[in-house]
Design a protein around this ligand. Sequence first.
Ligand SMILES: O[C@H]1[C@H](O)[C@@H](O)[C@H](O)[C@@H](O)[C@H]1O
Ligand SMILES: [Fe+2]
Length: 377
Amino acid sequence: MSGMTKPTISSLIHKENTDSPRISKRVGENHGKLQSSLSSVLQNKDKGYLMERLDEDIQTINLLKSELKKKQKEISSKEKDLKKLQKLIRKREDEGEKIVVEEPQWMSSVNSKLYDDIDIKTYRQYELAKDKVAAFYKTQHEKQTVEYNIQARINFKTKIRDRMTIWEALEKLNKLIDESDPDTELSQIDHAIQTAEAIRRDNKPRWFQLVGLIHDLGKLLYFYDSKGQWDVVGDTFPVGCKFSKKIIFYDYFKRNPDFKNPIYNLKYGIYSANCGLDNVLISWGHDEYFFSICKNSSTLPPEALAMIRYHSCYPLHTELEYQYLMNDHDKQMLKAVQAFNPYDLYSKTDVTYNIEELKPYYLELIDEFFPSKIVDF
Ligand SMILES: O[C@H]1[C@H](O)[C@@H](O)[C@H](O)[C@@H](O)[C@H]1O
Ligand SMILES: [Fe+2]
């Protein structure tokens, strides 16, 4: 310690004065370094942040891309479904059109020989008909009431009137001349054969030919429970609802007790919209009676049964009235009835046939559809 001298204040001030530029230089140097390293730190921090953002954005883009792909896939599968559906609809439409266009051959009247030698304008001319025709409808329209129709159906169901073959029934019917018919004075067997032969000549199915032969067999009712011809023959019509003005001799309904009935006189009367003809009382007569017999005893198809049941209902099949009571099945069956009607009506000419000659053909035909041969009438 002896060698060391204690610095004096003045020496210290001197030292200070001589050191200070160096120190301040060094401080300056360090400050610069610090600044550049700080800015580089800051720069790096920005970069990191930006990189992070970039990374996040890339991830979002990738997510969106994969969602887009998913949606595109969904769209293309939906497009495929739509195409399939459109194809199906087109196919169904084509089929639908075919159904409308393609009616069974037996329904078509193309090339029918029926109209060859007749003038259709001369048929059903009621204004020119004999007095007995008008007298018939006067009674029929007065007496066909709802009450009578219910009773007639009960009577029918509660007994069997006769048992015989179809051919025997045709022979029995031969004695009847129909008072309601303005178009023929021939016997019923002649009319039966005329109708059947006209259908046969047009190459219609065998069941159709048989309908021609038997459709009026219900007129046998005249020999059993009838009250006259008025509840056997003539055009038929619904009872229990408003009578259509298109029914022949409409004015005679004014004498019918149902005419002023507050319910029977309504459009729907005791029925409801499209309730189906099975639920409608059509005036009692040979149609309804023989339909019930054929339903029980024959193997005839529904179209044949409809032809028998409604062939006299001109308000339905020719005037197209009462459509609002019919269901879809009735409308389908109506086409069959309409196909039959011209054979029934326009075969009424003066041409008669040799019945004995034709008998074997028709006996075979009857056996085909009435398997038990003896029928309950
Ligand atoms: O089906 C017919 C038709 O309704 C005639 O108009 C009638 O007079 C006959 O009696 C009947 O069998
Ligand atoms: Fe008839």
